[in-house]
Design a protein around this ligand. Structure first.
Ligand SMILES: *Cc1c(COP(=O)(O)O)cnc(C)c1O
Length: 281
């Protein structure tokens, strides 16, 4: 069962509500972050909370002087240890800050916040083996450094397509990131991924790049051109929940031979083996 902390109390998520006056409902004003909890310990909690803070500040949601980030950090840790934490604390914590009810010269002065803990569907080894397909779109994700709650325009890009996980943003012929994940190609022994600023600073992205560099891989932080997808030896995406997931097709373009590749498998293994280093103590 999913649990949620809102207005100072823990409840089953199904019993939690927001006023219809909140600007998150009326205007889509809200930011969030998503943390993986392993064995009741949050992964890279400081990095996630810093990113959440940055998202809120960039969006004009006024959290300064309100100790919201500090309180949310406490809530994540507390929730992970609760008896009713989903899947015995092997789950996801989603931390939200909404615009609240008031706007003052473009600033949202009275935000609300809440945290949801939910169990995700565990990814099986055969799913990592099979990989996923993406749908390219020439749309651009606005304000890439802000993790906004508004996924509508990205979701529309993948609507109605079979066997497609989500869209891959490729504005102006450059490959950026997917709807919810960082994206990488491997070519001639190098790992190539868009630089932060063009894309969100994925927390999994930074851990995987650190592990890859330690393992001797050369990393190029630049946006691959769309034409390079057809030339790639493999491709993969990273996110807190998916970890390192092979990408075997982008639209009509089959990546290499259409199967998962050795680099993604190696990085996924390294990620799992080293995860303790990034877990809450
Ligand atoms: C959440 C998200 C990611 C992945 O971030 P992680 O910190 O690795 O989970 C990447 N890109 C976008 C657009 C996202 O929303």
């Amino acid at each position: 069962m999913s649990i949620c902390y809102i207005d100072g109390v823990w409840r089953p998520t199904a019993q939690c509500t927001l006023p219809v006056t909140d600007l998150v409902i009326q205007r889509g004003v809200g930011v969030f972050d998503s943390l993986r909890i392993y064995r009741r310990k949050a992964l890279a909690i400081t990095a996630h909370m810093k990113r959440l803070e940055g998202s809120a500040v960039s969006a004009g949601i006024m959290i300064d002087g309100k100790d919201i980030i500090k309180d949310m950090t406490r809530i994540v840790r507390e929730g992970a240890l609760r008896d009713d934490c989903p899947d015995e604390g092997d789950c996801i914590a989603k931390v939200y800050i909404t615009g609240g009810d008031s706007i003052d010269h473009g600033y949202f002065t009275n935000p609300r916040y809440f945290v949801i803990f939910e169990g995700g569907t565990k990814i099986l080894p055969e799913e990592y083996k099979k990989g996923v397909a993406l749908q390219p779109t020439s749309e651009r994700r606005p304000y890439p450094l802000v993790k906004s709650i508004n996924y509508l325009f990205g979701l529309m890009q993948g609507a109605g397509l079979d066997d497609v996980l989500e869209c891959l943003y490729c504005p102006d012929g450059l490959v950026m990131e997917t709807l919810r994940s960082s994206f990488f190609i491997c070519r001639d022994g190098k790992i190539i991924t868009a630089p932060i600023g063009s894309v969100l600073g994925g927390v999994t992205r930074s851990i995987v790049l650190e592990l890859a560099r330690e393992a001797g891989f050369t990393v190029e932080e630049r946006c691959p051109r769309v034409e390079e997808l057809a030339l790639a030896d493999e491709a993969f995406l990273t996110s807190s929940w998916k970890e390192v997931m092979p990408v075997v097709r982008v639209g009509e373009t089959v990546i290499a031979d259409g199967g998962s590749g050795p680099v993604a498998a190696h990085l996924q293994k390294l990620y799992r083996e080293n995860i303790d280093k990034w877990l809450d103590k």
